[in-house]
Design a binder for this molecule. Structure first.
Ligand code: SPD
Length: 340
């Protein structure tokens, strides 16, 4: 007869091979977004090992999830991708009793369109997509997309490698809505995008700041956190919210319905919502922090960064789930890029 110790060992091997090891968290998140210090701090405190995989677009996240096999416990989509996943019942409802630090989320980040009852999602960081100008190299006023995509700036531009973002800039330029996208609106913006793509030197969603720092390009259309890091590096990098309109994104944490380690996922969400942990995230990735208590810990310089906390009027919109039009956007962009 087997001893109790042998039985416990066999159980541990079995649960481990099924991916049920409680001391593990499979996190799938954006690249350049979660500081290593934060992952290490969580493991040190809880003993939970974090297996961290990254992606550079919501579409990459979605296709990996739909293909299955990822075994992810915690994911980090933007608002419109979360809305899609809620609609398709791909997410587990949160057990709020396990996340007492939810009290730190600012009221303006609650009850938003992608998750009106805050049942599935917790905001991580928010931000905008805007223009960065190296003002030592570019003397013309740059106010919007039309000013950026001029033939004289050919090969001096870096832009996000993100189909939905690029199509949205063109929709704004054409005066069309960003969240009611159909074949007709895409046909209207096709020629605009085809012209723009020819001018771009670098497509990069992971670290678009690098091409600007290296002096490979002089203007970028980037995530606000990247612009904020550029501003910290050198005040010659000015952030401009495009006059035609800009995306205000909310990146969130949520738990896939089939996540094997839901307790670990709840524990991680609660950990990152601690003000002192969230402050570290803001230090390394200076987006707009939705944690009201963490904001109190930020320095006046951090709060005055014009890319992290933009002031002044701007036409900002969050994205919505656009259903089948998402695939049409991808087809359009593949088509345009392959014709270059
Ligand atoms: N490197 C982190 C970038 C996060 C950007 N998230 C916003 C995506 C909106 N499409």
């Amino acid at each position: 007869m087997k001893s109790l110790k042998q039985l416990l060992l066999a159980l541990a091997v079995l649960t481990g091979s099924l991916g049920l090891n409680a001391a593990e968290l499979n996190l799938f998140g954006w690249s350049e977004y979660v500081p290593q210090d934060v992952l290490d701090g969580f493991t040190k405190e809880t003993g939970i090992k974090v297996n961290f995989e990254t992606y550079a677009s919501n579409e990459e996240l979605l296709s990996k999830l739909v293909a299955g096999g990822g075994n992810y416990d915690l994911i980090q989509p933007s608002e419109y991708a979360a809305e899609l996943m809620i609609r398709r019942k791909m997410l587990a409802p949160l057990n709020k009793a396990k996340i007492p630090n939810l009290k730190n989320v600012a009221p303006e980040f609650k009850g938003l369109a992608h998750d009106p009852k805050d049942e599935f999602t917790v905001p991580y960081m928010s931000g905008t997509v805007g223009i960065v100008v190296n003002t030592e190299k570019v003397k013309d006023p740059i106010r919007g997309y039309k000013d950026v995509f001029q033939p004289k700036f050919k090969d001096r531009l870096v832009v996000l490698d993100d189909n939905r973002e690029i199509v949205t800039w063109a929709l704004y330029t054409a005066g069309l809505p960003a969240n009611e996208i159909n074949s007709a609106s895409l046909a209207k913006v096709r020629p605009i995008i085809a012209q723009w793509v020819k001018l771009v030197k670098v497509f990069d969603s992971g670290s678009p700041k690098t091409a600007l720092i290296n002096g490979d390009v002089d203007i970028g259309i980037v995530w606000s956190g990247e612009a904020a890091l550029l501003w910290n590096e050198d005040k010659k990098f000015k952030y401009v919210l495009p006059a035609e309109g800009a995306h205000r994104f909310i990146d969130i944490f949520c738990i896939p319905a089939d996540a094997p380690h839901k307790d670990a996922a709840h524990a991680f969400i609660n950990y990152i919502l601690r003000p002192e942990v969230s402050k570290i995230i803001s230090r390394d990735f200076p987006y707009t922090n939705p944690n009201i208590e963490a904001r109190k810990l930020l320095s006046p310089e951090e709060l005055a960064n014009p890319a992290s906390y933009p002031a002044g009027p701007a036409k900002l919109e969050t994205f919505r789930d656009i259903g089948k039009a998402a695939a049409e956007i991808d087809e359009l962009m593949t088509d345009i890029k392959s014709a270059q």
